[in-house]
Design a protein. Structure first.
Ligand code: SAH
Length: 250
């Protein structure tokens, strides 16, 4: 015969097991719904990326490798969490420390102007979020990229590693002086506005190499130039007004 004390003990055990089962069901359900919403987000981002590339084509970007790279790189991974839903809009976004990730059209245009291919070795000044470096890495053999702000250098290096890029080499330094030990480069891209074209960068460009660089006053409108090296001489082509954060010095 069971005493009232035993009965209430059994009831408590039964009740405990029921609560435990309920918790397990709730946990399983929430992890399944988390997975579905993540999958949904990735599809949504892929669709936004397609729309972004359609717009780039409409704006005149023609190089199929550039368009394919813009289609592949998950731009939403390079912007702060607060802006992910806006990652594929054609405008720059803040990335912290007063810096910005450039608008997709400018990234595509500058990449196209570099005229690079699968054999190229490219130097970038101003890693920032790492997005431009990732776009280049999809097309060229090796990317060397320099960032002056340690926190941004660390963050982008980690992200590029996480995304599996093995052909991007990062360094935290003043990019004005380039990357002498890895020079000469087939192409150089400067993604911050310089008051003049840094001479060390011209020196580190191969004969026939291209440099794409915004030049002009900081905090105002600059001009986007493509500079081509011909032996000791250079030629310059003007690609119109742009607005970049300044190239700072250490
Ligand atoms: N290419 C970046 C955006 C660049 S924003 C991207 O795809 O996200 C410009 C970056 O240049 C900023 O991160 C800024 O800190 C960096 N920068 C400014 N002056 C620099 C210098 N002298 N050397 C290296 N990086 C510099």
């Amino acid at each position: 015969m069971s005493t009232p004390a035993r009965r209430s003990h059994r009831f408590a055990c039964f009740f405990g097991i029921v609560i435990l089962l309920c918790l397990v069901v709730v946990f399983l359900q929430s992890s399944v719904s988390m997975k579905t919403s993540l999958a949904y987000d990735e599809d949504w981002f892929a669709q936004k990326r397609e729309e972004m590339v359609d717009l780039l084509e409409l704006y005149g970007i023609r190089n199929p490798e550039v368009l394919e790279a813009m289609r592949r790189v998950p731009r939403h991974r390079f912007v702060p969490a607060a802006y992910v839903n806006d990652a594929y809009g054609d405008h720059p976004l803040p990335i912290g420390y007063g810096q910005t990730i450039s608008q997709p059209y400018i990234v595509a245009l500058m990449t196209e102007l570099l005229e690079v291919n699968a054999e190229s070795r490219v130097l970038e000044i101003g890693t920032g979020s790492g997005y431009q470096a990732a776009i280049l890495a999809e097309i060229v053999a090796e990317v060397y990229t320099i960032e002056i702000i340690p926190e941004l250098a660390e963050r982008s290096t980690k992200l590029l590693e996480e995304l599996g890029y093995t052909n991007i080499h990062t360094m935290c330094a003043d990019g004005y002086f380039g990357w002498e030990s890895e020079a000469p480069f087939d192409a150089i891209i400067v993604t911050a506005a310089a008051t003049h074209v840094p001479n060390p960068l011209i020196q580190q460009l191969k004969d026939g190499g291209r440099m794409v660089i915004p030049v002009g006053p900081p905090g105002a409108i600059q001009t986007l130039w493509r500079i081509t090296k011909h032996g000791e001489a250079i030629s310059k082509e003007n690609y119109g007004p742009v607005r970049f954060v300044p190239l700072t010095r250490r």
